[in-house]
Design a protein around this ligand. Structure first.
Ligand SMILES: NC(=O)c1ccc[n+]([C@@H]2O[C@H](COP(=O)([O-])OP(=O)(O)OC[C@H]3O[C@@H](n4cnc5c(N)ncnc54)[C@H](OP(=O)(O)O)[C@@H]3O)[C@@H](O)[C@H]2O)c1
Length: 335
């Protein structure tokens, strides 16, 4: 089978198109012909850290395809089913643990940028029928993360006001899921043009961060001084203080991104005074993936895809995501 491997290197030079033996099957395994894979910001980080790897890795956690073979003891899927693998292939339900955390497709073990993937039956999730493989490939990381943040952690309710950052993969899922649940959504973006597009996609307010460095003032003004109910913070320490300042008393701050840096000082006082609820999120379980699919199915949601590249153009796709020009997801097609 054809695959892309990430070899020890810095930058995206380590991405190489190779041929590998088809992976072997066990009795409870399922073989899937991957048709599309989608990139996440994490994949950029993994590629940039590849110089420290001891062995090559098939990158990318997110892919979707068609079942082409099942082991003798497999009961829940059959050839022809359309599926995607869970970001954490062993985390079925319940809270995260060190074991699940150590087992991530395209990060700690081979991922989806290959024509065939074999995983145990329970690691695969059927995808909504109305989605193309390209659309379905965007669900496992960005979609599940947004679902976990909004529904599991923040307990989103109709009428809530949700704040999120940027117009990337996770943010566009936050927008779509929150709107489907009856919330109002505020997006901040570094681009006026992307603000316009976010409004067209259903955002109620889009704030251009480049023109409004104190954007939390605008969030409070737009909410009549009360503040948003939920902030899905994608920036990290660089946006934490303003996300906290944007929230109402007893609001919820979900921290899941590091777009504005991994480390830095933050102001604790508003967290204490407003008695904010803080939650960290790392993608989610297979049960959450199934919950996401129910919402996507019920509302006929279609993930926002910016651009589709051919499998052979993997490096160009990485470079495009790294350029930050995209709105929504960047996808690779494996025909
Ligand atoms: N914890 C988890 O489970 C989890 C899961 C998925 C992703 N993440 C993290 O969440 C973040 C977003 O991931 P993604 O895959 O959605 O990324 P992405 O698709 O690459 O989107 C990134 C977007 O964020 C915006 N942005 C860039 N710098 C920013 C800054 N300093 N402050 C605010 N926004 C900024 C930009 O949008 P504009 O041009 O519109 O500003 C950019 O296009 C990353 O840090 C990623 O590692 C975490």
């Amino acid at each position: 089978v054809r695959a892309v491997e990430l070899h020890p290197s810095s930058g995206f030079d380590g991405l190489r198109l190779v041929t590998r033996a088809a992976p072997a099957m066990a009795r409870r395994d399922v073989r899937v012909r991957i048709r599309a894979a989608s990139l996440n910001n994490l994949d950029l980080f993994v590629a940039r850290q590849a110089k420290d790897r001891a062995t090559p890795l098939i990158p990318i956690s997110d892919g979707a395809g068609e079942v082409i073979e099942v082991g003798a003891e497999v009961k829940t899927v059959a050839p022809g089913d359309r599926v995607a693998a869970s970001f954490f292939p062993t985390w079925i339900a319940g809270p995260i643990s060190a074991d699940y955390h150590a087992n991530v497709l395209g990060v700690t073990r081979d991922g989806m940028l290959t024509e065939e993937v074999v995983l145990p039956e329970r690691s695969w999730v059927r995808v909504p029928a109305h989605l193309s493989f390209e659309q379905a490939s965007t669900l496992p990381c960005a979609g599940v993360t947004a679902y976990n943040a909004l529904i599991e952690c923040a307990r989103l309710r109709p009428g809530d006001i949700v704040l999120t950052h940027g117009t990337g993969g996770v943010a566009m899922f936050v927008l779509q899921l929150a709107k489907a649940a009856g919330a109002r959504v505020i997006v901040t973006s570094g681009s006026g043009e992307k603000c316009t597009r976010a409004l067209r996609l259903g955002a109620d307010l889009a704030i251009d961060r480049s023109e409004n460095p104190h954007w939390s003032d605008l969030v409070r003004a737009w909410t009549d001084g009360r503040g948003a109910d939920i902030a899905i913070d994608l920036g990290g320490p660089g946006t934490f203080d303003q996300s906290a300042a944007s929230l109402r008393f007893a609001g919820t701050l979900v921290m899941l991104g590091v777009l504005a840096g991994h480390t830095g000082s933050i102001d604790w006082v508003p967290v204490l005074e407003k008695m904010l609820r803080l939650r960290g999120v790392y993608v989610g379980s297979i049960e959450m993936f199934e919950g996401l699919n129910r919402v996507v199915d019920a509302h006929r949601l279609e993930p926002v895809i910016d651009r589709v590249f051919a499998f052979e153009e993997a490096r160009a796709a990485y470079e495009y995501l790294a350029s930050g020009k995209h709105l929504g997801k960047v996808v690779l097609q494996l025909r």
